[in-house]
Structures are given as structure tokens and as C-alpha cells.
Write a protein that binds this ligand. Sequence first.
Ligand SMILES: NC(=O)c1ccc[n+]([C@@H]2O[C@H](COP(=O)([O-])OP(=O)(O)OC[C@H]3O[C@@H](n4cnc5c(N)ncnc54)[C@H](O)[C@@H]3O)[C@@H](O)[C@H]2O)c1
Length: 443
Amino acid sequence: MNPPNRRQFLHSAAGAAVLTGGAFSPWLRAQEAPAKKYRTALIGSGWWGMNILRVAIEDGAVDVVALCDVDADELEVSADEVESLTGTLPAIYKDYREMLGKERIEIAIISTPDHWHALQGIACIEAGAHVFVEKPTGHTIRESRAMVKAARAHDRVVQVGMHRRIGPHHVSGMKFLKDGGAGEIGMIRAFAHSVGGPEAPTPNEPVPDNLDWDLYCGPAPMRPFNKRIHPGGFRNYLDFANGILGDWGVHWLDQILWWSDEKHPRKISSMGGRPVRGPVVLNEKEQTSDSPDHQIVTYEFDKFTAVWEHRRFGGNEAEKSKVGCYFYGTKGTFHMGWRDGWTFYPNDGKEIVHEDPKFDDEKDGHNVPPLWRDFIECIEQKRLPVADVEIGHLATNMSLLGMISQRLGRSVEWDGESETFPGDEEANKLLRRDYRAPWEYPV
Ligand SMILES: NC(=O)c1ccc[n+]([C@@H]2O[C@H](COP(=O)([O-])OP(=O)(O)OC[C@H]3O[C@@H](n4cnc5c(N)ncnc54)[C@H](O)[C@@H]3O)[C@@H](O)[C@H]2O)c1
């Protein structure tokens, strides 16, 4: 027998044991057996969706009744893993609409490519489910806002997968900043850097038998299938996602909104391109990705300026940290990081203050268990979760506003109350996009 490939391994019980450290996390051990088990479905049973589902199963408040994915291979391995973890084989579906019609779903987890989040989120909410949806909350601003509206109209709890709202070092770091530990803060720089080089076009391929490519593309344009896109690579294709800014940006730009209690910037300006990865190619024979390989976005707020910066090349130790936010204050510089916790560098030469991170899962370095627990408690106590859909929407807007400015090649002025660009019809057009029939843009 051939050894399992990466995805088979990640979906196997052995992989699950490695990913979870083979032990229950400290948050979970402290809990008592939950009173109710919610009929739960996962839509998008790829890498991250299964990460969330494992957490939900360990937490104990779910009955996993259904899995939905357009990739039959993903479904099969995921369903087998659910059976090995729970003793029950869930029903499997390719089409979420059929699943919602046949199953009575109380909780839906959505971890599909970004262009599906709002559409599927709204369908699940309208079907009566509480939703744990991955960030970003939309591929365009209006569909994200439509999901917020649906959540409120149907009184459902919607938690967005922004675990950096609840991770222990984020919480303590925010307290340090909000208590004035760094003094008056006038500027923040959020960033994500990695290594990389030029990108050669990859040949397109026939759609694999196990994949429904039409249903993968859904409302997005149908482009030729390419193995760089699925699994995981959709992030780098603007039909399905919004590059690094729409991916990493949501987490780190959200830290700025959290610290400042601001809801939106008033002016946004983006520059960037693909000088290293090279020109965008898309034809019947081959294609490249099309998201910027670097981008610098400035956000003007009333009392401070924020900068987003990403590079998919030249990520190294020279700048100490590859992801995070620097908050520049009158008392010193504060770095909110990921695996490196947070660190404060005082101006006055006093000792550096540092706090290590704490993760339920060292390998993935995330804090999904407390986020999941908060979600369940909010359903039970009928209150808003820590990463409520409105919070996720505002963080998503930060990324999408940067992308709108990038597409237009100029700065834009944003009225966050009406969520429009006053007097700027060219920019307002980019608040939505045309969907491929028969999909309809949500209002
Ligand atoms: N919060 C975090 O820290 C974090 C971390 C990783 C990923 N994510 C998010 O999770 C999402 C998934 O990312 P991933 O890395 O697991 O991608 P992935 O490609 O591994 O998984 C996505 C799955 O969705 C399936 N899919 C596509 N269209 C579908 C449809 N119409 N219906 C049902 N299934 C469909 C694909 O076949 C695939 O199996 C992304 O939105 C990403 O931003 C969040």
C-alpha cells in the first residue's frame, strides 16, 4: 500500500492525533458534559474545515450529521475520519442546497473558498442554522453586509473564524495597549511576509472525476481547472479570494479595529503589483495566479494612520517577525505577533516586556477551541459572540477596501456609515460583482 499523501494523512486519525497533539486541550478539559448536542454540518471539508470540525467534536456539543464538499475524495476521507472520531458516519452531499433541504441543520460550519462564504452563510441562516463561518465574510463588501443583515433578521449566532480575537496573548496584549502601556499610538503597521520568486504558468488540466468544478466556481467566472487552485491555492486567484490581503490581512487589520474601537477608515490607498511573480497569464492552455505579490495599503483614521504591507518574497529574519502588527506609541513600540507572542520595546531603555503565546495546537498555532466554546455558549445564552459577524464584516471591509483601491490604481474615500464611496461611482461599482448564472447576488 502506498503511504498516505499529505491530505490523506491530515484527514486520517493519525494525522488528527498529530494535529491535536493527541490530547484534549486545557480549555476543553475544564468543561462539563454539554446538555444539548446540535445537529451539525460542515460545508467545505478541506484542510481548515476539518480542523474546526475536530475541535467541535472534542468540545462535545455537536452531532455531526452531514458533510458537504464538491470534491468527492475530500468527502470520503473526511466522513471516514468523522466516523472514527464519533462512531457515526455522517451523510455526505455535494450540493449544500440539497443538504439544507434534506437535513435539519442547527449548526453549519462553512470553510469553503472565500467566494462562497456569504452565499452559503446566508442560505444556512435562512434555513435556521447558527453559523461558524471562516473569514473573510465576503468576497465583495455588499455580500458580506448581506450576511450580517441575514444574521440579524433571523436572529442567528454567527461566529467568524477570527481566533485572534480570543487567543490568550492577543487578549492580554490588547489589555496592555488599551491600558496605555505603549502610550499614545499614532501609527500601526500590519504585515505578512513570506519567501517566493517568479511564477511560471502551470498547464491547465481536465477536471478530475472526483471534482464538480462548476459547483466549485459557483458564482465566480468559470476558469479552466488547474491543480494550483484546488486544494488550498484559490487564495491567490482573485475570482475566488483576495490574495494575501484578503487572507492574512483580515486577522491583522482586525487587531487594529479591536485596539482602536474604530469601525472604518475614511481614506484608503493601495499600491503593489507582481514585479517578482511576473505577469498574469490566463488562457485555455495555462495560467498563473493573479493576486499581487506585494502590496502596501494606507488607511487614514481620524486619530491614527495604519499601514498594511505584504510581500511574497524576501521574508526573512532581518525584520525579526514575518507576521503581525507594530503599534508605534509615545512610550515605545509594541509588536503583536503570532508564534512569537507579544513584545513591548520601551523608549526609555527599561526592560523589554514579553508574553509568550499559548495555543491549543502548537503545529497549527491557532486558538479555535475557545472560539468554538464561545460560539456554543452564545447560542445557549442568546448573546453576540466574540468574533460576531459584524466584527468579521468590518475587518473584511478593511481588506476589501484595500483591494478596491488596488484595482482602481488610486485612493478612495469611504463613508463607513452608509458603506459607500460618496460621489465615486467607479468605486461604488466594485462593492459588488456580477455573479455567474444561475447564482444571484445577495441583497
Ligand atoms: N481562521 C484561520 O486562521 C484560517 C486558517 C486557514 C484557512 N482559513 C479559511 O478556511 C477556508 C478554507 O481554506 P482551506 O485552506 O481549508 O481550503 P481547502 O481548499 O483545503 O478547502 C476548501 C474546501 O471547500 C470545498 N468547496 C469548494 N466549493 C465548494 C462548495 N460550493 N460547496 C462545498 N464545498 C466546496 C473544496 O472542494 C475544498 O475541499 C478559507 O476561507 C480560508 O480563508 C482560515
